[in-house]
Design a protein around this ligand. Structure first.
Ligand code: FA5
Length: 344
């Protein structure tokens, strides 16, 4: 029986050398070390030997069993490594494949319009001038010929801060005074600027009005600037922005800081002039307020109004963007909905 055991042991080692995958490994384990495996059965048959041979045989079976188990474990590890290497090789990365595109952010539609507007005004000789979002009551109102308690203050529903006299600008017009002070050199130099920026109003949100929106203020101060210059300049800007087909309308209006004052409308492309909530069913959409700079404002900016004159305007880029892209509701602009933003 011992010879038979030694032969099985030799055979088992021999066969293990050829085992190349986990299936063959399992089969080998079943055949030799499993419940009905050759070595297990040999161990069980010890009792059938004559008593004096049992001890040696038993010892030998145990040694063989331990050695085969160790050899099996070693082989198992080798097979595992081999299979892993093969898997990696089969799933090899093809470096010649094109990469996956990375999602790029885009510019907000208002930013795109602001840049376009600034580029057109730059072509027409207007430089960009920045002024603060947080303003004083003086700049936002008083210096613009709207003294405290003047009823025209109701035209701008204002967000006040907890500091008296400090507010969020309701329009970009306070920048007119700042630009005249800084660039006018005490009322001796002409000024031609645009002032883009965010404005804030405590007002009813609707399809056409938000509590936060951009404006692009424009200011030209010089000698002999007239109303016809204002109309011609605005018309030229609209032609460059919308194309020559767009219809434009100047409507008499009132602003305390301009005299005379006008509002500029374009025919509403959203409804083709038929009337919709965005154009308040008029077929026209207001895109700007404008006028000749009021003498009091010129004086507050350091100019002598008997020698100097100027025009000013305030454009609404969101309303303009709505016109250019057929956007039905201004509330989309700050709703942070990617389904909207990704279309631009
Ligand atoms: C003004 O704010 C004046 N400062 C404009 C001005 C400047 C007049 C210089 C004369 C000289 P108004 O409140 O109309 O005017 O606003 C100007 C433009 O801003 C409007 O035509 C509109 O396009 C835009 N706008 C006003 N309120 C809102 C709002 N709530 N949401 C979106 N756009 C608005």
């Amino acid at each position: 029986m011992l010879e038979e055991l030694e032969a099985t042991y030799a055979q088992a080692l021999d066969e293990l050398k050829d085992v190349r995958d986990s299936a063959a490994l399992k089969e080998w384990e079943r055949r030799y070390l499993g419940k009905k495996g050759a070595i297990t059965l040999a161990a069980r048959s010890t009792g059938q030997l004559p008593p004096e041979a049992r001890a040696d045989f038993g010892k030998r079976v145990n040694t063989i069993k331990n050695e085969l188990s160790a050899a099996f474990a070693e082989r198992e590890e080798a097979v595992r490594q081999h299979e892993l290497a093969r898997m990696l090789e089969e799933g090899e990365i093809d470096v010649t494949l094109p990469g996956r595109p990375v999602a790029l952010g885009g510019l907000h539609p208002s930013t795109q319009t602001l840049r376009r507007i600034a580029a057109i005004w730059a072509e027409m000789g207007f430089q960009v001038y920045s002024s603060p979002d947080v303003e004083t009551d003086d700049y936002n109102f008083t210096l613009l010929n709207i003294p405290p308690h003047h009823p025209a203050r109701d035209m701008w529903d204002t967000f006040h801060t907890t500091t008296p006299g400090v507010l969020l600008r309701t329009h970009t017009s306070p920048g007119q005074i700042r630009a005249m002070h800084e660039l006018g050199a005490g009322g001796t130099q002409p000024v031609r600027v645009i002032l883009p920026g965010m404005c804030y109003r405590y007002e009813q949100i609707s399809a056409r009005s938000e509590i936060q929106f951009n404006q692009v203020e424009g200011l030209a101060v010089g000698r002999n600037i007239r109303l016809t210059d204002l109309k011609g300049t605005i018309a030229e800007f609209a032609r460059r922005l919308f194309g020559p087909e767009k219809r434009l309308r100047f409507r008499g209006s009132y602003f305390p800081f301009t005299e005379p004052s006008m509002e500029v409308d374009v025919d509403c492309i959203l409804c083709g002039g038929k009337g919709c909530p965005v154009c308040k069913y008029t077929g026209w959409l207001e895109i700007a307020g404008c006028g000749m700079v009021h003498p009091v404002v010129l004086e507050n900016g350091g100019y002598d109004p008997t020698e100097w004159s100027g025009f000013a305007f305030g454009l609404g880029p969101e309303r303009i963007t709505m016109q250019m892209h057929g956007i039905q509701d201004i509330r989309y602009f700050w709703a942070n909905d990617l389904r909207f933003l990704e279309q631009f």
